[in-house]
Design a binder for this molecule. Structure first.
Ligand code: BGC
Length: 373
C-alpha cells in the first residue's frame, strides 16, 4: 500500500480502536451486538453481522473473541435442532413449512429468540447461516483451531441450507422476501463449499454440502448475471453492493474471472461515489447514504484482483467516517440517494445506527489485508 507513515499510523489507530470497541461490547456469552445504542438493533445479534465481525476479529488476531462468537453460533443453532429437523422433514415431504416457521436472522444476546419485545423483524433470511459456517471454518484454518468443536451446529446448518436454499427470502438488507437474492445464494454456497471439506463430517452430509454448493454456483452463473455481471436478484438488472462479498471475501465467483471483474467494475461505476459505497441505487433507508462497511467490502474485492491502490482509497474514505473514539456508523449522509426519506426514518427509529460494530470489523479486515493493521 502506498501511503505516508503518518497516514498508516492513523489508519492503524482506527482499526485498533474499532477492535477495542468490539471487545468491550461483546456479550459474555460470545454474541456481538449489532449496535449498542440504536433503537431497532439494541440487544440483538445477527448471524450476518456477527460472522463478518468475527472474521475481522479473527484476521486482526483477536482469536478468543472470534472463537467465543462461533461457540455462541453453535449453541444457538443446536438450540434450534428440533425446529431444523421439522423444516428438513417438511421440505423432504414436498410440503415446506411457511416462512414464519423458518429460522430467524437475529437472536437476543443470550441466544434466545428475544420475542415479544417491540418491533417484529423481517426474520426469514438464509444468508447468515452460510456466513457463520464460512467464517468459523476460515477462523479455524487461520489459527489452527479444531473446528469439530462446532460439529453439531455445522451439521444442522448444512441440513437446513441443503433443504431450503432455493426458497426466496429477505436479503442482507431485510427486504424483498419474494425474490431470490444472489448475495444470499453466495453466502449459502460459501458456507456449504467450505463445510464440505470438514474432516469430521459423515461422507453423505459432506457430499450433500458439496453438491448443493456446486448447484448454487451453477444457478448463480445461469440465472444470477446480466450483461456479464452479477445482479441483485433473479430477474433484476441492478447490482447491490453486497455482491462485492460474493466475488471478494467469499470468492464464490472467482474474483478475476470475467464475471468477477465485470461485477467489481459495475459496483464501482454505479454505487461508489468518492469512495463511499451505497447499498443499491433505489435505497431510501435514512435517505440512502454511503456505508463504510461496504466501501471496505468492495476494497477487499479489489485486493482480491490485485488493485491495492483502489482498496487503499476505499479504506481511507471509510476512515473519514470514524468518530473521535474511532467508532464507525452504519452510514453517513455525505451523498444521499433520496434525502426526502431521512426525516421519515428519524421519526421512526431515531438517528441512524452509530456505532455499528460490523463497520469497524470490516475496516479492521481490510486494514489487515492491506498490511496497515
Ligand atoms: C441491515 C442489516 C443488518 C442490521 C443490523 C440492518 O439495517 O439492513 O444488514 O444486519 O441492520 O446491523
Amino acid at each position: 500500500m502506498s501511503s505516508t507513515l503518518a497516514d498508516r499510523a492513523a489508519l492503524a489507530a482506527i482499526a485498533a480502536q474499532g477492535a477495542a470497541l468490539i471487545l468491550s461490547l461483546q456479550d459474555e456469552g460470545g454474541a456481538y451486538p449489532a449496535s449498542p445504542t440504536f433503537s431497532a438493533y439494541r440487544g440483538f445479534a445477527w448471524l450476518r453481522d456477527g460472522a463478518f465481525i468475527a472474521d475481522g476479529m479473527s484476521a486482526g488476531g483477536h482469536v478468543d473473541s472470534a472463537t467465543a462468537f462461533f461457540d455462541w453460533c453453535d449453541r444457538v443453532v443446536t438450540g434450534c435442532a428440533d425446529r431444523i429437523e421439522r423444516i428438513v422433514a417438511a421440505a423432504a415431504s414436498g410440503a415446506p413449512l411457511p416462512d414464519h416457521e423458518m429460522l430467524p436472522a437475529r437472536f437476543a444476546l443470550d441466544g434466545s429468540l428475544g420475542g415479544g419485545e417491540g418491533i417484529e423483524w423481517w426474520d426469514f433470511q438464509l444468508d447468515g447461516y452460510g456466513l457463520w459456517v464460512w467464517a468459523a471454518l476460515a477462523h479455524a484454518d487461520r489459527h489452527g483451531i479444531d473446528a469439530s468443536r462446532w460439529r453439531r451446529g455445522i451439521e444442522l446448518t448444512i441440513d437446513y441450507l441443503v433443504s431450503s436454499w432455493q426458497r426466496p427470502c429477505y436479503d442482507w438488507w431485510e427486504m424483498h422476501i419474494e425474490e431470490i437474492h444472489i448475495s444470499t445464494l453466495g453466502s449459502i454456497a460459501a458456507g456449504l463449499r467450505d463445510a464440505a471439506r470438514a474432516p469430521f463430517l459423515e461422507p453423505s452430509r459432506a457430499s450433500a454440502a458439496a453438491e448443493t454448493a456446486n448447484a448454487i454456483i451453477q444457478f448463480i452463473l445461469r440465472d444470477g448475471t446480466r450483461d456479464g455481471h452479477l445482479i441483485k436478484w433473479v430477474g433484476s438488472h441492478d447490482v447491490d453492493a453486497s455482491l462485492a462479498a460474493v466475488v471478494g471475501m467469499l470468492a464464490v465467483i472467482e474474483p478475476s474471472s470475467p464475471v468477477g471483474l465485470t461485477t467489481i467494475a459495475e459496483l464501482d461505476r454505479q454505487l461508489a461515489v468518492n469512495g463511499g459505497v451505497h447499498r443499491f441505487l433505489a435505497d431510501t433507508f435514512y435517505g440512502g447514504g454511503q456505508w463504510p462497511l461496504l466501501s471496505c467490502m468492495l476494497g477487499l474485492a479489489h485486493v482480491a484482483v490485485g488493485d491495492h491502490d483502489r482498496a487503499a482509497g476505499l479504506l481511507r474514505w471509510s476512515a473519514s467516517t470514524a468518530g473521535e473514539s474511532g467508532s464507525m456508523p452504519e452510514q453517513v449522509t455525505h451523498h444521499l440517494l433520496d434525502p426526502a426519506y431521512v426525516a421519515e426514518w428519524e421519526e421512526r427509529w431515531g438517528t441512524s445506527a452509530d456505532p455499528l460494530l460490523w463497520s469497524s470489523a470490516m475496516f479492521l479486515r481490510l486494514a489487515v489485508e492491506l498490511g496497515v493493521a
